[in-house]
Design a protein around this ligand. Structure first.
Ligand SMILES: [Fe+2]
Ligand SMILES: [Fe+2]
Length: 184
């Protein structure tokens, strides 16, 4: 298919398409990064956290596909992402939890920047599509912060790591947006 045919099909501007394809890479990286964290947890006997991060990895893949589908629906060409430099060694569970939060914050920043760009180039349709992700990121960051709080509140003394592991997987079975009062 030649370029002019592709351009006839899509209403997406090149700059927006490029940013969406970069976000596809970011979500794919996030998915594999969480899978790596899951592997580390399983290999250290932390099966609750292993399950937690494996589920999280699946969610990131869904985010990636959501953007992929949007680009297709808009007549654009989504790129199958190349995922590089996934970290495989960690100092411990707390190191993983901090990295997970950092990852979510950088993804939030990225969505803010793409949304900002969409407003600048008057692509309100894509800006509206991105709104779901901005709301999702609030939840994702909240969950990542809660994991660190759980770790620090329980502490690692007297088998604490075992209890932390049990508490963190519970976050995947409870809806954080409905948590009033905050007894989690
Ligand atoms: Fe995501
Ligand atoms: Fe996420």
């Amino acid at each position: 298919m030649n370029t002019s045919t592709i351009r006839l099909k899509t209403s997406l501007q090149d700059s927006v398409l490029e940013l969406l394809n970069k976000q596809i890479v970011m979500e794919a990286h996030s998915s594999f990064s969480y899978l790596s964290m899951s592997a580390w947890c399983y290999s250290h006997g932390l099966n609750g956290c292993g399950d937690f991060f494996k589920k999280q990895s699946g969610e990131e893949r869904h985010h990636m596909l959501r953007i992929f589908d949007y680009v297709v629906d808009a007549g654009g060409h989504p790129l199958s992402p190349e995922v590089k430099s996934v970290e495989r060694t960690f100092e411990g569970l707390r190191d993983i939890l901090i990295k997970a939060l950092d990852q979510e914050i950088s993804i939030t920043n990225s969505f803010n920047q793409i949304t900002d760009h969409c407003h600048k180039v008057k692509d309100y349709q894509t800006a509206k599509f991105l709104h779901w992700f901005l709301e999702e990121q609030l939840e994702e960051e909240q969950q990542a912060r809660r994991c660190i709080e759980i770790y620090d509140l329980i502490g690692t003394e007297d088998g604490g790591l075992y209890r932390i592991d049990k508490e963190i997987i519970k976050l995947k079975t409870e809806d954080l947006t409905q948590r009033v009062p905050r007894t989690l």
